[in-house]
Write a protein that binds this ligand. Structure first.
Ligand code: PBG
Length: 330
């Protein structure tokens, strides 16, 4: 039998494979999430996320210089807030001299080209570990939006380039956009966590910030009244289209690899840039397997991130960004 069409012809060697490669991963695709803590010249490894540490502001700036020199052009910031600064309203979140605001200023002063994307959500600042303010035992959507606007404006004042609301309250993109426009921050962009699912894959992150919802029978025990149900797909599109209409500049889908069906569906429907968050649990699984010798760490990282891009991501938030950049620069 004669086989006229043979797919293997274009796989014969690495040169021809390179010619027909459809998806090329580069350091331009990466956003590196970083954890910041109070103090000077200190760094604490996060046990559930091998290779990742919390750092004080000075060491964070140093790290940002290094990331930028490797070709990473954006960082996503998270603060470890001490317990005595937490309350139900998350008041510390819009302190002009808060850890976040000082970190944004320090990074922009030292590495002006670095795109700084602070996380906008109350959970690290909430005594309850929730992204929303609690009123009568429930998440108070609209009061939370007011707080998020104050937080956003304070991030913009500190010099943030792109705000990253990760809270999933209804209407918050419109509220934040309005707040930014009213205060003259017309060029500050919003990457909206549009389809963020209530996921077990956020566990290691919550350890890193000590921000898991508190066990208290008077408050919701999980985030399922605001984050999406992982059984749903159509609802993701509804969330995305609402955030586009409210003025989001970039749309986020989160988590990453278990949710690539959602990424590819959204890619077919919208033309705005799409960000995908390869979350802490995905990173931790990969690291755990690699540490046991069950997976090749370097190959698994490059493959995972390339597949996220292939599904339709324009940018990938990943804890593996630095490692991947080192591999790609080799
Ligand atoms: C909280 C927030 C979370 C993440 C980013 N922002 C956790 C959560 O929603 O509980 C998760 C990131 C990760 O797991 O890597 N607003």
């Amino acid at each position: 039998m004669i086989i006229y069409s043979r797919n293997r012809r274009l796989r014969t060697n690495s040169s021809i494979r390179a010619l027909v490669q459809e998806t090329i991963l580069t350091t331009n695709d990466f956003v590196m999430p970083i954890f910041v803590m109070e103090g000077i010249n200190q760094q604490e490894p996060i046990s559930s996320m091998p290779g990742i540490s919390r750092r004080t502001v000075d060491l964070t700036v140093k790290e940002c210089r290094e990331l930028f020199s490797l070709g990473i052009k954006a960082v996503n910031l998270y603060m470890k807030v001490s317990e005595d600064l937490k309350d139900n309203l998350g008041t510390e979140a819009w302190n002009k001299n808060g850890l976040m605001q000082n970190t944004i200023k320090a990074i922009k002063d030292a590495v002006p080209g670095m795109i700084v994307m602070p996380d906008v959500a109350l959970d690290p600042y909430s005594i309850y570990g929730h992204d929303g303010i609690i009123t009568n035992g429930k998440i108070d959507n609209d009061a939370t939006n007011d707080a998020l606007v104050k937080m956003s404006v304070s991030h913009a004042e500190a010099g943030a380039d792109v705000l990253a609301p990760s809270d999933m309250m209804d209407g918050r993109v419109a509220a934040i956009r309005t707040g930014l426009e009213e205060n003259g921050f017309t060029d500050v962009a919003i990457v909206s966590y549009a389809a963020k699912y209530a996921s077990s894959f956020y566990g290691p992150f919550r350890n890193a910030l000590d921000s898991a919802p508190k066990k208290n029978q008077d408050i919701p025990k999980d985030k399922k009244t605001y984050q999406m149900d992982f059984h749903n797909s159509r609802e993701a599109m509804d969330e995305v289209l609402k955030d586009v209409a409210e003025g989001a500049d970039i749309i986020m889908i989160k988590p990453g690899i278990p949710y690539l069906d959602i990424v590819s569906k959204v890619r077919e429907t919208i033309d705005l840039p799409i960000a995908v968050y390869h979350v802490s649990g995905e990173y931790a699984m990969l690291k755990a397997a690699a540490q046991n010798g069950w997976l090749d760490n370097d190959q698994a990282i490059i493959e995972s991130l390339t597949c996220i891009k292939r599904a339709g991501a324009d940018m990938i938030f990943t804890y593996a960004a630095k490692e991947a950049a080192l591999l790609l620069n080799q």
